[in-house]
Design a protein around this ligand. Structure first.
Ligand SMILES: *Cc1c(COP(=O)(O)O)cnc(C)c1O
Length: 468
C-alpha cells in the first residue's frame, strides 16, 4: 500500500468549502433568524433552510382541492422521478441534449397525427412554456403572414385579430404586446362564446386571422370551429378575403381527439393554419409545457425562425424564451407513451363522467342553474337560481373555502356583465369520491346560506381571485 507522508508545509490552507454548505462554514450564524427581504449575511444549514421554506409553503393549501385551475396537479411517481432526472437539462441546448430534442420532435409528430394533419411531414411545431407562449408564437406567425401580403400598405394599415370576448387573457396580451387591434365578438343572451357569423362580419382586409377556442375558459364550452371556417369560406367567396384560423385548444385539443372523435375542429379543416395546446392541462403533465403546431412551412414564415450556432449545431428554433427546463418535455413524452390513445380516452372519460355527475347533483339541489354541464371540457359554470336572493355566487365561493375547496366566482364579460358564475374544473385526480366529499360540504353549508338576508360580499373583486 502507498506510504503516505505528512504535509510538507504546515501553513497549507484548509479545504475549500462551498458557501452553500452552511453547516460546515465556521462563520455561519446559524442560530440567527435570517431576514426575509434582503440576502442574509451568512449561510444557513441546508436542513434549516429547507425547513423554513417548507413550513412557509404549507400555507399554500392543497392543490388537489383547487377546482379553479386547469393545470395538472397529480402525476404518477415515475413521472416525478423522470422529471427530477432531467431537471438539469436545458431545452435550448439541442445539440448537447440531442435525445431530449428528439423526444420533443416525437411529441410534435404525435400531435400532428392526433390532430389529423393531412401531411404530417409538412407540419412544423415546437414545445413552449405553456399555451400563452404558444399563442404568442401563433399570433406572430399570423401577423407576419398578413404583413407579407400587405407590405405595400403597412405601416399605414393597422392589423386586427378577430376572436370571442371569452378568449383567455393571453390573446389580450398578444394584441397589446404586438400592437394588433383586438376585435371581440360579445356574448349575447345564452351564447357565451364566439358566433361564427358575427366573427366573419368583423373581418376586413386588415384581419390577420380569427381565433377559435376549443374549450372556453369561462364555461368549458367548445366554440364551433367548423362553422367558423364555413363562415370564413363564405366570406372569401363573397369578398375574396382569405382569413386563416388559429385554434386555441389549450384544454380541448387534448380532450376532443379522445372523446369527441366525430367533432371536426382540427387540421381536417383546410382553413385551420395552426393549433396550440397546454401539455400541462389535459395533456396531463405538471406545469411548464405547451405545444404549437403549424400546418406547413407556409403557415410559419421563415423569418421568425432563429438558428444560433453558439451552442454547437444549428437547430432552428421558434420561441420567446431561450433557456427552459427540459423535464416537462420528457414528462410529456412519458405520458404519451404510458397512456396511448386508449389510456388518454379512459382518463379523460372518467374526468368527464365526474364533471357530468357533479353538475347534475348541483342542479338537483334546486339553488343553482347550470350554464354548462361539463359535457365538452369537463368544466362547468353555474349561477344561483332565479328565486335565490339571500346569497350570491361570491358568498358560495367564500364559504367553500372553509372546507379547503377553491371554486372561483366571477362576472362574465360583455354583453353579460350582469351574470356572475361559479366554475368547477374537473381534472384527472378529482375522483367521484372527492366529488362526493365536495357535495357533502356544499350541502352542509346551504341551509346557512339560505338563511342569509342578502349577499354578504361587498367587494366582489377581492372575494375570489379568478385565474384563468
Ligand atoms: C389556459 C389557457 C391559455 C393559457 O395557457 P397557459 O398554458 O396557462 O399559458 C390560453 N387559452 C386558453 C383557452 C386556456 O384555457
Amino acid at each position: 500500500m502507498a506510504l503516505h507522508k505528512g504535509p510538507e508545509r504546515h501553513e497549507e490552507r484548509p479545504m475549500s468549502v462551498n458557501p452553500f454548505f452552511g453547516e460546515a462554514n465556521p462563520v455561519g450564524g446559524m442560530t440567527e433568524a435570517p431576514p426575509t427581504h434582503r440576502l442574509p449575511d451568512a449561510p444557513l444549514s441546508p436542513t434549516t433552510a429547507y425547513q423554513l421554506v417548507h413550513d412557509e409553503l404549507m400555507l399554500d393549501g392543497n392543490s388537489r382541492l383547487n377546482l379553479a385551475t386547469f393545470v395538472t396537479t397529480w402525476m404518477e411517481p415515475q413521472a416525478g422521478v423522470l422529471m427530477a432526472e432531467c431537471r438539469d437539462k436545458n431545452m435550448i441546448d439541442k445539440d448537447e441534449y440531442p435525445r431530449t430534442a428528439e423526444l420533443e420532435r416525437r411529441c410534435v409528430a404525435m400531435l400532428a397525427d392526433l390532430w389529423h394533419a393531412p401531411d404530417p411531414a409538412a407540419v412544423v411545431g415546437c414545445s413552449t412554456t405553456g399555451s400563452s407562449e404558444a399563442c404568442m408564437l401563433a399570433g406572430m406567425a399570423l401577423k407576419r403572414r398578413w404583413l407579407k401580403r400587405n407590405a405595400d400598405r403597412y405601416p399605414g394599415a393597422r392589423p386586427n385579430l378577430v376572436m370571442g370576448v371569452n378568449v383567455q387573457v393571453c390573446w389580450d396580451k398578444f394584441c397589446a404586446f404586438w400592437e394588433v387591434e383586438a376585435r371581440q365578438v360579445p356574448m349575447e343572451g345564452d351564447r357565451f362564446h364566439l358566433d361564427p357569423q358575427a366573427a366573419a362580419e368583423l373581418c376586413d382586409e386588415n384581419t390577420i386571422g380569427v381565433v377559435g377556442v376549443l374549450g372556453s375558459t369561462f364555461d368549458g364550452s367548445y366554440e364551433p370551429i367548423a362553422e367558423l371556417c364555413a363562415a370564413l369560406d363564405a366570406l372569401q367567396e363573397r369578398t375574396g378575403l382569405d382569413v386563416p384560423v388559429h385554434v386555441d385548444g389549450a384544454s380541448g385539443a387534448m380532450v376532443a381527439p379522445f372523446l369527441d372523435e366525430d367533432l371536426v375542429w382540427d387540421f381536417r379543416l383546410p382553413r385551420v393554419a395552426s393549433i396550440n395546446t397546454s401539455g400541462h392541462k389535459y395533456g396531463l403533465v405538471y406545469p411548464g409545457v405547451g405545444w404549437a403546431l403549424w400546418r406547413d412551412k407556409e403557415a410559419l414564415p421563415e423569418e421568425l425562425v432563429f438558428r444560433v450556432n453558439y451552442l454547437g449545431g444549428e437547430m432552428p428554433t421558434f420561441a420567446l424564451n431561450f433557456s427552459r427546463p427540459g423535464a416537462q418535455v420528457a414528462a410529456q413524452y412519458y405520458t404519451f407513451l404510458r397512456l396511448g390513445r386508449e389510456g388518454y380516452r379512459a382518463v379523460q372519460q372518467s374526468t368527464r363522467d365526474v364533471a357530468g355527475s357533479l353538475a347534475g347533483r348541483i342542479e338537483a339541489l334546486g339553488d343553482f342553474r347550470l350554464l354548462t354541464r361539463g359535457d365538452e371540457l369537463p368544466v362547468f359554470a353555474f349561477t344561483t337560481a332565479d328565486g335565490v336572493t339571500g346569497y350570491d355566487v361570491f358568498d358560495v365561493s367564500r364559504r367553500l373555502r372553509e372546507g379547503g375547496w377553491l371554486v372561483p366566482a366571477y362576472t362574465f364579460p360583455a354583453n353579460r356583465e350582469d351574470l356572475s358564475v361559479l366554475r368547477i374544473v374537473c381534472r384527472n385526480g378529482f375522483s367521484h369520491d372527492l366529488a362526493d366529499l365536495f357535495m357533502a360540504d356544499l350541502t352542509r353549508l346551504l341551509p346557512e346560506l339560505r338563511r342569509q338576508q342578502g349577499p354578504f360580499t361587498r367587494d366582489k373583486g377581492a372575494a375570489t381571485g379568478f385565474h384563468h
